[in-house]
Write a protein that binds this ligand. Structure first.
Ligand code: NI
Length: 251
């Protein structure tokens, strides 16, 4: 069984969620962690899990939400059924124009890390063009979790791993221009979990199309090639890693 540790299962993206889930099941992707990163998405996600027993949630405010978040609401719901993580949270400097915006992102990030530490819940980290600040911030808190959509250097990977994090690997590893293969080659399978980030980042040969958790085996196959091992080994190891990281998953 595979676990897609990071996807966004929302009506906004999928007309037929039941179909997405059943197609994924046919590809052995039997457990999904859907991320709700804004209040309306969190509300919808909390309703969805009541319909689908293999759907779990990570909830938290993405750096995009700096002007619209409610941490009391978040905190109340972190202990809801099938919420297994806080995220995705972090720093995204891609579109940032002012220092003030960066400061606001850092504040939101830190306040959520405090909550994660207090409730002892794993985090899902979003970091884009902000590696140093992300790392410096994470070092201040006693938390662990997943570095979502990891695509950094080997040195960065090792630093995160030594801090207790695992790396979320998705469709990017299948892209021709990606240097991620060289990094993964040197890492242990113990340090990796699989994710699609659906509906985004569809793996090759479907790059640019709408992604789905059913494509997890494509990512696993690519990692198996890089690591010169079997898809089953990648599946078993990454599932074991995800279950260890997210003890809230009860299969
Ligand atoms: Ni995401």
């Amino acid at each position: 069984m595979f676990i897609d540790t990071h996807c966004h299962i929302l009506k906004e993206y999928y007309d037929d969620i039941e179909k997405v889930i059943s197609e994924s099941k046919k590809q052995k992707v039997e457990c999904l962690i859907s991320c709700g990163c804004a209040t309306k998405d969190i509300e919808e996600s909390l309703k969805l899990v009541t319909q689908f027993p293999n759907l779990y949630l990570s909830i938290g405010y993405h750096p995009d939400a700096i002007n619209d978040y409610d941490l009391d609401y978040l905190k109340e719901n972190l202990e809801s059924t099938r919420v297994v993580a806080l995220g995705e949270i972090g720093l995204d400097y891609h579109y940032v124009e002012t220092e003030e915006e960066k400061e606001k992102q850092k504040e939101l990030f830190e306040r959520q890390l405090e909550i994660a530490e207090e409730l002892n819940i794993p985090v899902v980290i979003h970091s884009r063009e902000a590696t140093k600040d992300t790392m410096d911030t994470l070092k201040k808190y006693n938390v662990k979790g997943i570095i979502h959509c990891f695509s950094g250097s080997y040195e960065t990977a090792i630093e995160y791993i030594e801090m207790g994090y695992k790396l979320g690997i998705g469709g990017v590893v299948t892209f021709k221009n990606s240097k991620l293969s060289e990094v993964i080659k040197k890492l242990s399978l113990d340090d990796i979990v699989l994710e699609t980030d659906s509906p985004y980042l569809c793996p090759d040969p479907y790059r640019g199309m709408q992604n789905s958790p059913k494509y997890i085996p494509i990512i696993a196959k690519k990692i198996a090639e890089i690591k010169e091992t079997s898809i089953d080994e990648v599946m078993n190891k990454t599932t074991e890693n995800a279950l260890k990281m997210f003890p809230g998953i009860k299969l």
